[in-house]
Structures are given as C-alpha cells and as structure tokens.
Design a protein. Structure first.
Length: 213
C-alpha cells in the first residue's frame, strides 16, 4: 500500500536527519579520529554510538507497542501526541547537552554516550505516531478494541527501529567521513545550522498533527 511505503520511507528519512545532527554522534566520532589521527578511529566509534541509539529508540518503541496493544487506540494516540508536544517545548526551552569529561572512552562509554544523547534528544519519541498508526491500521475496525498478539506487533516495531537505524547509520557514517577526510570541523563556525531548534519545532509540529489527525 502507498501508506505503508510512506511510513517506511519516513522512518528512513527520520533516521537520516538524526544522522546529520552533530550531537547524535558524528562530531564525537570525528573528534576521536582527529585525536588518534586515523580514519579507523572514526569508524570504530560509529558502531557503539549507533548501538546506543538503537537501545534508546527500541525501548521507546517497545513500550509504545505494548501500550498500543493493551490500551484503546485513541488513548494511546492522544498520549503520544501530548508527549511529543511536551518534549518539543522542553527541547526549545532547555538546549543544554551532556558534556563528556575526557575524550578517551572505550566501547562501553561510547555506547552510553549514544544512548544518552538519543534519549536527551527524544529520538525515539518521533517514532510514536508511526507505531500507533501502524497498530490502528492492523486492528479491526470495531467499536470495542480487540486484543492483538503482542509478539507480531513487537516484531513490526523492531523492524521500524531497524529501518530508522539504517538511515541514521548511513548518514552519520557518510557525514563523519566527509568531515574527517575533506571538510574539517572549522566549517561549524561559519556554516552552523541549529538542528536542535529544528528538531524541537519538528517534535511540536508532529505532536499537533498527531493530535488532530
């Protein structure tokens, strides 16, 4: 169906947007690359950063899927929209980031950083409308909600996480390598784009659309 193609395409593009955001991983990977003076350090950092991102959004998607299965669709839909609106406003008002003391961190530290930054940005929250929309489309059109097996719904949710992560990983890797090998980080002083502001606005707009849909 065309709507299915839109959902999966939107999930992939959303992952690409997360990959562009410096705070979501690539700037950290590039910094480690410059510190060790080899491209291998950049690539090595990307793996745990991506895993941290996966854990963060997978937890949100799993919780949303269980709620969508167990609770009335409208209640979950309104709650998801409210969470998006509240977190979007929070991101606009409070823009501070976590600061890591010392750049020499191992695999576990990078994984934790990826998890914390993805959670702080509300990366998984943007997937909530996709989870509720997919579950609503799969449920019978009846006045009373019918119980739906949780395992198939969770499988679909994890597939959403995989598609989203594919876009995130591909974009983050491409940007990190381009900045490390060709561009350099000096461009951030003159060509900086406030992606956090855009992200906060996007969360609010998505919440409003989900609320009135």
């Amino acid at each position: 169906m065309a709507s299915d193609g839109f959902i999966w395409g939107a999930l992939f593009l959303l992952g690409c947007y997360h990959g562009i955001n410096p705070g979501m991983g690539w700037l950290f990977a590039v910094s480690l690359g410059f510190q060790e003076r080899r491209v291998g350090a950049v690539l090595r950092a990307i793996v745990p950063l991506a895993l941290g991102h996966i854990v963060s959004i997978a937890l949100i998607v799993a919780l949303a899927t269980v709620a969508a299965v167990a609770l009335p669709h409208r209640a979950v839909h309104v709650a998801s929209a409210g969470i998006l609106l509240a977190f979007g406003i929070y991101r606009l008002v409070r823009t501070r980031h976590f600061k890591w003391v010392g750049m020499r961190v191992g695999f576990g530290g990078l994984l934790l950083w990826g998890f914390l930054m993805s959670t702080a940005h509300g990366a998984g929250l943007m997937l909530l409308p996709f989870v509720t929309a997919t579950h609503a489309a799969a449920s019978p059109a009846m006045a009373m909600p019918m119980p739906t097996p949780a395992h198939p719904a969770l499988a679909i949710g994890m597939l959403m996480v995989a598609v989203h992560t594919l876009g995130y990983l591909a974009t983050m890797t491409a940007v990190a390598l381009a900045v490390y090998l060709k561009i350099g980080v000096a461009f951030l002083r003159t060509a900086w784009l406030n992606v956090d502001l855009i992200w906060g606005i996007a969360l609010i707009v998505t919440g409003l659309i989900a609320l009135i849909a």
